[in-house]
Design a protein around this ligand. Structure first.
Ligand code: C2E
Ligand code: CA
Ligand code: CA
Ligand code: CA
Length: 280
């Protein structure tokens, strides 16, 4: 270490600059990305707990950046939230989901409800509900074919405001889910007041779920009981092993999502999965 202090410092400085530069190029690239069709959606199926039938899917945003390649939404969504561009991006996601569903329906295929993730910035945007209603109307999409996922931390951080938006979305006929449950700090009274249909148990709890981990099992049991006591359906995210699926079935989980049964896939692949008899 001796004598290397200066070099270490320079290395640190350089790598910090690289990270900052990446953030800047992401931020500046977002607008061009929207203009040049660099964004697309993947759909990850949701299954009933037997794992036998598809009950819907979640739309997940993807960005193929011309220089940086495929960038994870976990990286670019926070940047877009900071710059406010998440509003345009979120509107694009909704538009694209409705457009694809319209095309599937026009082709005579059966469709299933698609869940769209809403950022906390969108939740606080006064025009959100009107934009959603106008978009689904423009594409002729029935409200029971769209649902929305709101993270637990976004919902609880601004509970009173969120509740008004949730009420209006519910009144319009949309189902809602509390996403990443267990990673935020829920007030049980807020949770009860929201009265949303689904609770998605965060992957962190499913990852440790195994026969020989009684503590993880107890936690998931408690979460499922809590959800059911609040008359919510429970969706387990990140189910990767047959053992996790079996334990979730034992614990009366309602739906599952994860690499075991279905990875995020193109809209075309999802539509084929739903319509196995359709050729072409
Ligand atoms: P999320 O809403 O919790 O989505 C679940 C994430 O877990 C997705 O990552 C999905 O691909 C991944 N996943 C699903 N099953 C498994 C599994 O079995 N194992 C593992 N290891 N991972 C699994 P993805 O697509 O990278 O998205 C990351 C996050 O980015 C999402 O987390 C969500 O918070 C955000 N995001 C994605 N699309 C949108 C969007 O359109 N709008 C907003 N606001 N956020 C989005
Ligand atoms: Ca989600
Ligand atoms: Ca989640
Ligand atoms: Ca998450």
């Amino acid at each position: 270490v001796k004598g290397n202090g200066r070099n270490n410092f320079r290395f640190f400085e350089t790598s910090m600059n690289a990270a900052t530069l990446r953030t800047i190029s992401i931020q500046q690239g977002l607008r061009a990305g929207m203009e040049h069709d660099q964004f697309f959606l993947h759909y990850q199926p949701k299954f009933d707990c037997s794992g036998a039938s598809i009950v819907g899917a979640e739309a997940l945003l993807r960005w193929r950046h011309p220089e940086l390649g495929l960038i994870s939404p976990a990286e670019f969504i926070p940047v877009a939230e900071k710059s406010g561009q998440i509003l345009a991006l979120g509107q694009w996601v909704l538009e694209q989901v409705c457009r694809e569903m319209r095309a599937w329906q026009d082709a005579g295929r059966s469709v299933a409800p698609i869940a769209v993730n809403l950022s906390q910035i969108q939740l606080r945007s006064p025009g959100l509900v009107e934009d959603i209603l106008a978009t689904k109307r423009r594409h002729g999409i029935a409200p029971d074919l769209l649902m929305f996922e709101i993270t637990e931390s976004a919902a609880m951080e601004n509970a009173d405001e969120t509740r008004k938006t949730v009420d209006r979305l519910k009144a319009a006929g949309f189902a809602l889910a509390i996403d990443d449950f267990g990673t935020g700090y829920s007030s049980l009274s807020h949770l009860q007041e929201f009265g949303v249909q689904q609770m998605k148990v965060d992957r962190a709890f499913i990852r440790t779920l195994a026969e020989e981990n009684p503590q993880a099992r107890s936690i998931v049991t408690a979460i499922i009981r809590l959800a059911h006591a609040l008359e919510m359906e429970v969706v387990a995210e990140g189910v990767e092993t047959p053992e996790q699926l079996r334990l979730l079935q034992e614990l009366q989980c309602d739906q599952t999502q994860g690499y075991l049964l279905g990875r995020p896939m193109s809209g075309d692949d999802f539509s084929r999965l739903l319509n196995p008899d359709v050729t072409a």
